[in-house]
Ligand binder design. Structure first.
Ligand SMILES: [Zn+2]
Ligand SMILES: [Zn+2]
Length: 186
């Protein structure tokens, strides 16, 4: 079953869509991905869909709210990659969560990776390379001993030139972490 299991979207048609059609294309993609998951889990509930995520996160499976959240800015700017990869990524979380014992699985653990590879025919990546400059004023991810910090492009440039920043709370030097994750660490 190692193949791109969802049809490839037409990039030109996608590029021409206005906001309402873009939102509908996302709903349709979620529904198609959900249909595929039902081959594995016939009673999988259909997730609700929100375009309400901000910052550098691309998507998030929100089990409390019962659906999938997506980042409208990153979606509008990266339409094709978003439909091809982010929707299956979050749908794979949704599926694993609803499997027996799925709640005990690690977020990007073996079960999630298997769904990505075998069902969606995609490499199980956990970081994206979208330009988050417009979605987040502080898109560069730095870590200390206690949490993650977002750096603005200006701060990031200074850090790249050798300036050191310390966390006010744990006093550790902040270290650049690179690519943005699909969702915040849980
Ligand atoms: Zn800290
Ligand atoms: Zn994820």
């Amino acid at each position: 079953m190692n193949r791109a299991a969802l049809p490839h979207p037409d990039p030109e048609a996608l590029a021409a869509l206005g906001p309402a059609d873009l939102s509908r294309a996302l709903d349709e993609r979620v529904e198609a991905a959900w249909g595929l998951c039902r081959e594995v889990h016939p009673h999988l509930p259909i997730p609700r869909v929100w375009l309400d995520l901000r910052g550098q996160c691309a998507g998030q499976a929100h089990f409390g709210r019962g659906g999938l959240r997506f980042n409208p800015v990153l979606y509008a700017e990266n339409r094709l990659d978003f439909l091809v990869e982010v929707v299956p990524h979050e749908m794979a979380h949704w599926l694993v969560h609803h499997l027996e014992d799925g709640r005990r699985a690690r977020p990007h653990g073996r079960e999630w990776q298997t769904v990505m590879r075998r069902l969606f025919g995609l490499p199980p990546r956990t970081t994206h390379r979208f330009d988050t400059g417009r979605a987040s004023p502080a898109p560069h991810r730095y870590v200390c001993g206690c949490r993650e910090h977002g750096f603005t492009p200006r701060r990031h440039a200074l850090a790249s030139q050798g300036r050191r920043y310390r966390c006010r709370k744990c006093a550790q030097t902040l270290v650049y972490r690179g690519d943005s994750a699909f969702e915040n660490a849980r």
